[in-house]
Design a protein around this ligand. Structure first.
Ligand SMILES: *Cc1c(COP(=O)(O)O)cnc(C)c1O
Length: 365
């Protein structure tokens, strides 16, 4: 490929001195596990999002599992979620012994359609798990209202939406619980795996901190079956540097997305933002009729593409035994065959954006 899908190298070069110094400080302190970097990062994440408590952990997947456990999701329960997401969303529901109940999505935002949620609620339903796909928050007000009416917990899978807003509030602070990811390719990425969960009660934060550290309530006293779900201190140090530049990067993301929008409007289906919100543009994703041909044509010119996601979760082999009828998900069926993500990151070069636009135009003409 002529240039990267997400330009992490330029990002590193831009903050190199500060990041190297922050990492070296952790190495010199030899405080690799727990410690002051984590505590400081948690405070900064809670300040940034407005969420009362932030708890950092080993990955977005761990954050999802911890949120589900804090919500009390147990074997036999059902969790309503979207079938159009990365596998971890449904995977962690299943890992808790619960059943993911899929609900189709909105055609414009790609997020769970709130008007279809109530009919999926049963006496076993414990929680609703919307995903802010590609960085755009779901209809959280409507979803929270449904949850309140039925006594359910809402967990936002904000793995792709850290930094976005709905109604002036930040993603990760739009529901009782939220999970985000600091996987390198996410809007705020570390140098390996990392994640965080967000909650409103001190008791939830305490339980999360215990669960991610083997269920320990005091040293060598184990009150729960937990996990090793800790974030390591080097990742926290990297994230603290990147967080300082994050709003600047978000502005660049918005400018670049607008530029793609204006050049591609009328040629392909461009991303649509619903009212009253911003997107973190974890991906810049378009829809075209001949998706695979478009990918090949761009790739042949050295332009990278990615498909998020080609296989709806109810079609995954592991869920075959659920015998879910795909015709119940007309929107997911349609868009999973049509979406393609274009090269995108705050460090995407103007000439590479232009080359991508030209290649898309040529491919669809
Ligand atoms: C990336 C992602 C996750 C998992 O995060 P990891 O940090 O890779 O474990 C979960 N849900 C969604 C929607 C994601 O995009």
């Amino acid at each position: 490929m002529k240039f990267p899908f997400i330009d992490l190298k330029t990002q590193y070069q831009t903050y190199k001195d500060e990041i190297d110094a922050a990492m070296a400080q952790v190495v010199e302190s030899c405080q690799f596990i727990m410690g002051p970097e984590l505590t400081a990062l948690e405070k900064e994440l809670s300040d940034y999002t407005g969420a009362a408590h932030a708890v950092v952990c080993a990955s977005g997947t761990a954050a999802l599992e911890l949120c589900l456990k804090i919500a009390g999701v147990q074997p036999g329960d059902e969790v309503i979620t979207t079938p159009f997401s990365f596998f971890a969303t449904a995977e962690m529901v299943s890992a808790c012994g619960a059943t993911p109940v899929f609900v189709d999505i909105e055609p414009d935002s790609y997020n769970i359609d709130p008007s279809l949620i109530e009919q999926a609620i049963t006496p076993k339903t414990k929680a609703i798990l919307p995903v802010a796909l590609y960085g755009q928050p779901a209809e959280m007000e409507a979803i929270n209202a449904i949850a309140q009416k039925h006594g359910l917990v809402v967990i936002e899978d904000a793995a792709q939406s850290f930094g976005s807003e709905l109604g002036g509030k930040k993603s990760c602070n739009l529901s009782e619980l939220a999970a985000t990811s600091f996987f390198p390719a996410k809007p705020l990425g570390c140098f390996g795996d990392g994640g965080a969960l967000f909650c409103r009660d001190e008791s939830q934060a305490t339980l999360a901190r215990q669960l991610l550290n083997h269920g320990q309530d005091k040293r060598y006293s184990h009150a729960h079956i937990g996990m090793n779900g800790r974030m390591d201190a080097i990742q926290a140090a990297v994230l603290r540097v990147k967080l300082r530049y994050f709003d600047q990067e978000m502005e660049k993301r918005k400018i670049l997305a607008k530029e793609y929008d204006s050049r591609l409007e009328g040629i392909v289906t461009i991303p649509k933002l619903r009212p009253n919100r911003t997107s973190a543009y974890a991906q810049y994703t378009i829809q075209v009729d001949q998706r695979d041909e478009l990918c090949k044509s761009l790739n042949d010119k050295g332009i990278p593409t990615a498909v998020h996601y080609p296989i709806p979760l109810y079609r995954q082999n592991v869920y075959r035994s659920m015998q879910i009828d795909p015709s119940r998900f007309p929107v997911t069926e349609s868009v999973s065959a049509r979406v393609v993500s274009l090269p995108f990151s705050p460090f995407l070069k103007q000439e590479d954006l232009e080359a991508t636009v030209e290649a898309v135009k040529e491919a669809v003409s």
